[in-house]
Write a protein that binds this ligand. Structure first.
Ligand SMILES: [Zn+2]
Length: 436
């Protein structure tokens, strides 16, 4: 069995200590103990070792929209960025994962192409409610092991329509009865429709104005209040604004079982960047003002307790239709989740290493009932690791991303802090090439 030596692990804040970890059968079996001389000793040359990151929000689009992304390229990007587990979304798969047949169809298709560990989200759409058996479908998916159920208050997809607040009431009531977590894309459709009607030109600024912060806050409040009433467990995906995070905080203080995630794009960029960079930064909800951005940072690790990427690439053609409004919303991100946290968090002194560990694995694992199997370096935990050189500088080059989507708003930015190795189930699955 291998023993990783000359590693440093985080103790608290930015403090680290030297450690040794022995792994066997995919698990951590010893921490710091003397190892027998029969062990295969691996000198990790003083790299920082943290639990492998979890990205709870990816669209690997497989099967269905594989010209945009597939499981092979998406999960290769994951391991290249120290992400060892992804939770893949049900809506950007054909057929959507709203029943057990679609679940097994997807699982069988993607298993041979997965470089990383994964869980699948189930979904509940307006279409899935058309079946009189919708409750059975949810229960079967729960028993099959989905991580939660994704829903939309506002959806732009033809194959996965949004739910009304009335439908949310029925769904959350049932979700509470059988104890499953419901993920929510929170934008109020009426507010967005009214704001869209005011648009005068097809520009990035007008696009951002068409999906205002108020739409996010209202949807969080409406669904959050229903969840509170029926005792359901909900999770707000890609919280884009500080005001949205504040609303989650308010609901939590009222006792609602609600959590939130946010993404690098909402923390690193503002509307000014959207106007400057154009479609490459287009996503829904859109990036926000500087004030909202700063407020969002202040709720990170609190009401917004972990990071996700909403990894959603597309073809170049879909990103540049000639009309900003019809350009595809979404961007690849899974490969840059941990590098983002190191560069913008640790090196800009906004996050400690301990906080980064919580935001990228521990808190995520806890919310989705995977702790301490994931997100931990305890004996018995999965031997999933990211090994990091905190001081390695490198330039982000979009065309070198492992994803099928060769674009990112971080293109050309110099990052500090690199993932050197990724281990999954006690095996090295990625090693960064020596930089010239
Ligand atoms: Zn998404």
């Amino acid at each position: 069995m291998p023993t990783l030596t000359n590693i440093n692990i985080v103790t608290s804040g930015n403090e680290t200590r030297p450690a040794r970890i022995t792994v066997e059968n995919g698990k951590i079996v010893a921490l710091d103990d003397e190892y027998s001389k029969n062990n295969e000793v691996i000198d990790c040359k003083n790299l920082l070792l943290i639990p492998g990151a979890i990205d709870p929000h990816t669209h690997f689009n497989d099967p269905g929209y594989t010209w945009r992304e597939d499981f092979y390229h998406g999960s290769l990007g994951a391991v290249a960025g120290g992400v060892t587990t992804v939770f893949d979304m049900p809506c950007t798969t054909i057929p959507p994962v709203t029943n057990i047949n679609a679940f097994y169809n997807k699982k069988e298709k993607v298993i041979p192409n997965a470089w990383c560990d994964f869980r699948l989200w189930g979904g509940i759409s307006a279409e899935s409610l058309d079946s009189p058996l919708w409750k059975n479908h949810i229960e079967q998916l729960k028993n099959a092991g989905v991580i939660g159920f994704k829903t939309y208050v506002l959806s732009g997809m033809d194959t996965f329509h949004q739910l009304s607040y009335e439908e949310y009431y029925d769904i959350l009531k049932f979700a509470s009865e059988i104890d499953v977590l419901v993920g929510v894309h929170a934008e109020d459709p009426e507010i967005v429709a009214n704001a869209t009607a005011q648009i005068k030109e097809n520009s990035p600024a007008e696009f951002a104005a068409s999906r205002p912060v108020e739409a996010e806050v209202t949807a969080i409040r409406r669904v959050g209040e229903i969840a509170g009433e029926v005792g359901a467990k909900i999770h707000i995906v890609h919280v884009s604004s500080g005001s949205g995070a504040e609303e989650i905080d308010r609901l939590q203080k009222q006792g609602v079982n609600i959590s939130g995630e946010t993404c690098p794009q909402y923390l690193a960029f503002t509307i000014d960047d959207l106007c400057r960079l154009g479609s490459v930064l287009k996503c829904t909800p859109p990036v926000r003002s500087k004030e909202e951005n700063e407020k969002l940072w202040s709720f990170l690790g609190k009401s917004v307790s972990f990071l996700a990427t909403d990894h959603a690439p597309c073809s170049q053609k879909e990103k540049s239709t000639g009309d900003f409004m019809t350009d595809y919303s979404g961007m690849p991100g899974v490969e840059l989740l941990l590098p983002f946290a190191l560069n913008y968090g640790y090196h800009q002194e906004k996050l400690t290493l301990e906080q980064i560990q919580k935001l990228t694995s521990e808190n995520t694992a806890k919310r989705f009932d995977l702790f301490p199997q994931k997100g931990s370096l305890e004996i018995g935990s999965d031997a999933d690791f990211a090994l990091i050189n905190l001081n390695s500088m490198y330039k982000i080059e979009a065309e070198k991303l492992k994803s099928k989507g060769k674009f990112t708003p971080f293109d050309g930015t110099t990052f500090c802090g690199a993932v050197e190795q990724t281990w999954i189930s006690g095996e090295p699955v990625f090693k960064r090439r020596e930089q010239k």
